[in-house]
Design a protein around this ligand. Structure first.
Ligand SMILES: Nc1nc2c(c(=O)[nH]1)N[C@H]1C(S)=C(S)[C@@H](COP(=O)(O)O)O[C@H]1N2
Ligand SMILES: [Mo]
Length: 318
């Protein structure tokens, strides 16, 4: 059983800014002679400590964690290229600092959150299964906070029924957004029904494995909805808008017969080109790297979320 335990640390040694330092900033600042090399691990430990203090073990599936190396080097993040290793290889120029996340639309109090505001929410560690629509899966120890906490701050109006999300557009820093071949229309957009967005399982993640969120995983803030296919987990979010109409979503717009708006994990509804009944757990070290297991309805979170879809035809609303 892999195990992560933060080292004890005095929280006054840590500033929220430290928590957002990425490796490149560290190198730059170290080169400038301004900062001790121990800071990132201390900052990372501080994040994890807050997380563990808040709610240790909530929703922990008690399954083996996918090795950190796989979580941060086998990714889908088309802004950096379409290959699984492209995000790790091509995201070195992406600088998530400073960051602003604008929340607007049908709300009483439109707000702009910066990186400090985001880390000001009560962070928790949440170990979730992650199931990509391509039939591979992982178990990832996220750090983040309930999306509902952020929604509460902006006070959605009674007319708000959906939440729309938008990824940053920065072709200068994201090679996949400036190539000859553009696989998607930018920005990457996603959406949830407001009651889904308010569900306690839905989080905005700011870290994983006790550390600041790495660029390939959607630094500095991304959505995690573990009962849905991975493509709903929009990365590097700059805008959240409360709407009355169901928002356009990237994969549904591109291939509506293959990817629905809801995208709840459902082993009974096959992708037109492959089965969704089983999945390959990444990094499991099985036979020839294959570690097949059955896919569960709602990715194993049916007890928590199935009631959100009472009366809905789950085959039609894939
Ligand atoms: N902006 C953006 N968000 C994205 C994607 C993307 O290409 N661009 N890929 C999605 C897909 S298909 C998956 S499976 C998850 C993968 O998250 P991970 O790389 O952190 O495991 O991110 C999702 N979020
Ligand atoms: Mo995915």
């Amino acid at each position: 059983m892999p195990c992560y335990r933060p080292r004890p640390i005095v929280s006054s040694q840590i500033t929220p800014e430290d928590c957002y330092l990425n490796r490149r900033d560290m190198l730059r600042m170290t080169a400038a002679g301004g900062i001790a090399l121990s800071v990132p691990s201390l900052a990372q430990a501080a994040i994890a400590q807050q997380a563990l203090k808040a709610k240790p073990g909530d929703y922990d599936p008690k399954e083996e964690w996918t090795p950190e190396k796989d979580v941060t080097s086998y990714n889908n993040f088309y802004e950096f290229g379409t290959g699984k290793d492209d995000p790790a290889a091509n995201s070195g120029d992406f600088n998530p600092l400073p960051w602003t996340l604008k929340v607007d639309g049908l709300v009483n109090k439109p707000m702009i959150f910066d990186q400090d505001d985001l880390l000001g929410f009560e962070l928790e560690e949440r170990v979730y299964r992650m199931r990509c629509v391509e039939a591979w899966s992982m178990v990832i120890p996220w750090i983040g906070f309930p999306l509902a906490d952020l929604l509460d701050r902006v006070e959605p109006l009674g007319s708000a029924r959906y939440v729309a999300f938008e990824t940053v557009v920065r072709p200068e820093e994201m090679p996949g957004q400036r190539g000859v071949f553009q696989p998607l229309n930018w920005p990457y957009v996603e959406g949830l029904r407001l009651d889904e967005a308010r569900h306690p399982l839905a989080i905005l993640a700011t870290g994983l494995y006790g550390k600041t969120l790495p660029n390939p995983n959607g630094a500095p803030v991304r959505l995690v909805t573990p009962w849905k296919y991975g493509f709903k987990g929009v990365k590097s979010i700059v805008k959240i808008t409360l709407t009355e109409e169901q928002p356009v979503t990237t994969w549904n717009r591109l291939a509506p017969y293959e990817y629905g708006f809801y995208a709840n994990v459902n082993p009974a509804v096959d992708h037109p080109r492959w089965s969704q009944a089983t999945e390959n757990r990444i990094g499991g070290g099985g036979f020839f790297g294959s570690n097949k297991r059955e896919t569960l309805p709602f990715n194993g979170y049916a007890d928590e979320v199935a009631s959100l879809y009472d009366g809905m035809d789950l085959k039609a609303n894939f």
